[in-house]
Design a protein around this ligand. Structure first.
Ligand code: F0G
Length: 438
């Protein structure tokens, strides 16, 4: 076998065959990771191979995930892989956002350009490939919305049955709409993400349904290619900082693993620092990092309008903590107001994103103000989801009707409300004249 499942716990490191259907270590309960035993070609050869594949018309080469398959050595046969053209997301310069945050330059790697509009597609193509390889017929996930949209699409495309569990009333409409349209059996459970995940982990095991939450290590393998693609796009120039939002912390785990593997393969000379940003009302990882020791203490009733990261008991925290420490990174938290302001600024750049993604820019601004990030630092923020995922938030913001979960009205500093006008050419012409200088 070229790869195996290995317990992430340094004190255990038990290993299991890659085809074993387990999500945590049967010996100690630790998280699992995929470890490849396959030797890699030398870095120059890899770079050239990956660059050449961009010109290929093979769907596997065109995928921004499977193009890097030398780092995804868990499959022996790629013929059953289902790709929807994931990855290939742009790196966008955003001078306006840079100015607002106090930086000379800032770039966004926008994962919202994925087929279902979020970074989950990078991981899902791998998770579903493993489900097919294991002969699974049904797949399930618990989700704040994006995972369910992505799983529904990939499972349906692969002819598997997708079953999604989402918190009733706390999911953005665009995401729910996707799960329904892609044909997932959809359960809206009257509980929060953490409570539902605990329930479904047991159920999936009992019923032989393959679990595609980010506790699934094959999802993490796919998501690590976000870092590989980013560095490839930058001609392997390492930024000083990579900033991302933190919810269940699968992405933090994936980015760290990807970066460490690039370093080990000689593809990059050093690691960038990971800065993970959480929403104030759902910031258990921030608290753990600040304390500097012990275990994560779950937040019982996480609250944030950035529903994607409304998570109080993130499963991947041991991995995420390891990655933040290994990269000399940090964890910051931001308020609802800061997220709303940052989101509007990202919109004004002509880029746009969903609320959770905007936590990055809010965090960068805060870290600039406290002097942790310097004005000339080379910073890449990862926007995790598309603007249209959560249109309700946008409409409320621009009509100055956005309220925090506790009912407090947020200030719509950059509001751009629609204007109701009469159907009268003279009045309209006058209005447009008045608006010339705006
Ligand atoms: N941003 C977006 C848009 C997300 O959908 C998520 C997670 C995150 C950030 C946080 O990433 O969990 O890897 O730390 N969404 C999950 C879901 C939980 O169910 O769609 P994380």
């Amino acid at each position: 076998m070229p790869a195996e499942l290995v317990c992430f716990q340094a004190s255990c490191r038990a290993s299991y065959p890659i085809t074993e259907v387990i999500y945590t270590c049967p010996r100690c309960g630790g998280l699992l990771e995929v470890i490849s035993r396959e030797p890699l070609p030398d870095p120059a050869e890899l770079r050239q191979l990956w660059r050449a594949r961009r010109l290929s018309n093979s769907p596997l080469d065109q995928s921004g995930v499977w193009r890097y398959r030398e780092l995804l050595a868990f499959l022996e046969d790629y013929s059953q892989v289902v790709s929807l053209g994931e990855g290939n997301t742009p790196v966008l310069e955003a001078p306006r956002a840079a100015r607002w945050a106090g930086l000379d330059r800032l770039a966004f790697k926008h994962q919202g350009f994925n087929p279902t509009g979020s970074f989950k597609d990078n991981g899902m193509t791998c998770g579903v490939a493993q489900a097919i390889r294991l002969g699974m017929r049904r797949v399930a996930c618990v989700s704040t919305g994006n995972t369910s949209a992505s799983m529904a699409a990939y499972a349906s495309a692969a002819g598997l049955q997708p079953i999604v569990f989402i918190p009733h009333g706390n999911i953005a409409f665009g995401k729910l709409a996707q799960a329904l349209e892609y044909g997932a059996i959809t359960f809206q459970v009257e509980a929060n993400f953490d409570q539902i995940l605990a329930l479904v982990r047991v159920l999936a095991e009992q019923l032989g349904i393959y679990l595609l939450n980010s506790i699934n290590p094959f999802r993490i393998e796919g998501q690590k290619t976000i870092m590989v693609e980013l560095l490839d796009q930058r001609d392997w120039r390492v930024p000083d900082w990579i900033v991302l939002p933190g919810g269940n912390l699968g992405n933090t785990a994936a980015f760290g693993k990807g970066l460490r593997e690039l370093l080990a393969a000689g593809l990059i000379p050093r690691l960038p620092r990971l800065a993970v940003i959480q929403a104030e009302g759902a910031a258990p990882f921030y608290e753990l990092f600040r304390r500097g020791e012990g275990k994560l203490e779950a937040v019982r009733n996480p609250e944030t309008l950035a529903t994607a990261i409304r998570i109080g008991d993130p499963v991947s925290w041991p991995k995420a903590l390891h990655e933040v420490r290994t990269t000399n990174g940090l964890v910051e938290k931001v308020s609802e107001q800061e997220i709303a302001d940052a989101k509007a600024i990202i919109g004004q750049c002509g880029i746009g994103c969903e609320p959770a993604s905007a936590a990055t820019l809010a965090g960068i601004r805060k870290l600039r103000q406290s002097g942790v990030i310097a004005p000339g630092d080379d910073v890449v923020a990862v926007l995790t989801g598309h603007l249209l995922k959560d249109p309700d938030y946008i409409h409320r913001y621009h009509t100055s009707d956005l309220r925090t979960p506790s009912g407090q009205r947020l200030v719509s500093r950059y509001a751009n409300p629609p204007r109701v006008v009469p159907c009268d050419p003279d009045k309209l012409a006058g209005l447009l004249e008045d608006l010339r200088s705006e």
